[in-house]
Design a protein around this ligand. Structure first.
Ligand SMILES: Cc1ncc(COP(=O)(O)O)c(C=O)c1O
Length: 412
């Protein structure tokens, strides 16, 4: 048995642990009510059914050998005690230089860069450092699944605005209406997981005007900043006029160097805004493994060709998967960046079947794991969309397509 998925159950009362129910009080009700994440649950199902896993977003690729060797050598030869709380100077300098090189940003590495244990911790630190109970946060859905639970746990109210598929267009009036005098910040994820959308300059200008109008912050989750395809261009919101003093940029070495297990993240923010966030980091993890910081600093210093070369092979994998899926009457929505495509499974849904039940059935019947898109919505999600991860070797993509082909042949 895999772990039980408890989906969108935040209104349920948590139960005390059955074995110790007489003696032990229940945990925090907000977090207890969320259950195991769909990613963990689907990966467990994948193992149980020996399925091809196009669910969780991690590459088959092992990452660059030079960076892995640098990390390994540092464990043997380097200083393995607590590094500085803000991050090792070499890495903070490398983040500032990277921001200058790719986006023309002038960043003071000593006061405006914080190293964290992954973008996940960076997001938590930003929320802990900036928000207080009663505030509101504007989110764009489909939204990466860690934002809302943490925001709710802080007693903050998420105001979700849904992008409209299939092109994931921005409903500008709804976005404007989601802001209020209580809005403390907006979370912007571009390139966007799971939609594969890269926000345009025009959309960013509109978003920036709302953020400024409401004197809010923008926490910009830019972990896929270099994973963009074709003519799409990643524009940090921080680079728009008036946004330098109110935007925070979050990057992740996991995505940029194909080492998702390393969990090294970095925040760039104005010094005064970063200060309370640094306090949060100080009490959450305090620091991040020094060998990994050392290797990521080397990585961020690689030639432009490394960063500019990341999109093309991923775009080829996207196209390989998308064309195979389309031939199985599983059309994919447009995707300009990230590791993911969204596919429309309407043709294959049973009456009364939702995306979660469909994905579970697909693991059992076809041996392929996909992620139901409802995992990325707070309430009332579309039920005909699922996410597939394409940052895989050709053999993995082909194996998934082969299995889906056999499954379709049986069910057509
Ligand atoms: C949009 C988004 N933000 C943040 C993260 C977390 O990044 P990290 O692994 O560096 O914690 C992910 C990972 O999948 C992501 O997709």
């Amino acid at each position: 048995m895999g772990p039980r998925v408890v989906y969108r159950t935040r209104h349920r009362q948590p139960r005390a642990c059955a074995r110790y129910s007489a003696a032990v009080k229940a945990g925090n009700p907000t977090l207890s009510s969320y259950g195991t994440t769909i990613f963990e649950a689907m990966s467990a199902l994948a193992r149980e059914h020996a399925a091809v896993n196009l669910g969780q977003g991690f590459p088959d690729d092992r990452g660059r050998l030079d960076l892995r060797k640098a990390a390994a050598d540092y464990v043997i030869d380097g200083h393995n005690q607590y590094p500085p709380m803000m991050g090792m100077p070499g890495l903070r300098q490398a983040v500032a230089a990277h921001d200058k090189r790719f986006y023309g940003l002038d960043v003071d590495w000593q006061t405006e860069v914080l190293i964290t244990s992954g973008a996940t911790e960076a997001l938590l630190d930003c929320f802990l450092g900036l928000l207080e109970a009663g505030d509101e946060v504007v989110l764009l859905e489909p939204a990466y699944d860690t934002y809302a639970p943490v925001i709710r746990r802080l007693g903050v109210v998420p105001r979700a605005v849904r992008l409209v598929p299939p092109t994931w267009s921005l409903p500008r009036d709804e976005l404007a209406a989601a802001f209020s005098p209580k809005t403390k910040l907006l979370v912007l994820n571009s390139p966007m997981n799971p939609a594969g959308k890269v926000f345009t300059h025009d959309e960013l200008t509109f978003i920036a005007s709302l953020v400024q109008q409401h004197d809010a912050f923008a926490v910009c989750d830019e972990v896929y900043e270099h994973l963009i395809f074709g003519t799409a261009r990643h524009i940090p919101l921080m680079t728009l006029p008036g946004m330098r003093e109110r935007a925070l940029r979050i990057g992740s070495a996991g995505k940029t160097f194909s080492v998702t297990g390393w969990k090294v993240g970095y925040i760039t923010a104005p010094a005064a805004v970063l200060r309370p966030i640094t306090k949060a980091h100080q009490f959450v993890t305090f620091t991040t493994p020094p060998n990994l910081q050392h290797a990521v600093a080397l990585g961020l210093g690689l030639d432009d060709s490394y960063f500019h070369g990341l999109g093309a092979p991923l775009a080829r994998s996207r196209d390989r998967l998308a064309s195979g899926l389309a031939s199985l009457e599983l059309p994919v929505l447009p995707c300009d960046g990230t590791y993911f495509v969204v596919l429309d499974v309407s043709r294959w849904l049973r009456p009364d079947e939702d995306d979660i039940a469909f994905c579970r059935r697909l693991v059992v019947e076809a041996g392929v794991v996909l992620i139901p898109m409802s995992a990325f919505y707070e309430a009332g999600p579309p039920r005909h969309l699922v996410r597939a991860c394409f940052c895989k070797e050709d053999a993995t993509i082909d194996a998934a397509l082969q299995r889906l082909h056999s499954w379709v042949a049986k069910h057509r």
